[in-house]
Design a protein around this ligand. Sequence first.
Ligand SMILES: [Zn+2]
Length: 139
Amino acid sequence: MHELSIADAIAGIVMEQATLHQATRVKRVHVRIGEANAVDTEALTFCFEVIASSQPVLNGAQLEIDIVPHRARCRYCGTEFHVVQCILQCPDCEQWEAEVCAGTEFMIQDMEIDNADIEPEGGNEHAECAYRPEYSGGQ
Ligand SMILES: [Zn+2]
């Protein structure tokens, strides 16, 4: 299955990065996938969750998927158009000389991790909020 192998590849790369940064937990993974890869996002999310659940560091990680539209540019007239079903014919001049400019990529854009060495920011913020100096003087 197409989505399973992609999910497996994502999990592999994320785990490598997580190990490198000594992450205790991966919270969110943001990927950009070109439309030309014909990925079913629901199936990919499902496969990723299944793979993630078998790894303590990845368990519960949220997968965010951006699908990049498949676009091409005609070498004759310069028209940019949306490629439908991988047909690279220019809709304006009907030439078959188009160059793909987007929609074939597959990359991990960013990820959010919990790191054992870093103090959680939330704790400090909360402590500051609880201290309200204006109350000390009374009304
Ligand atoms: Zn054209």
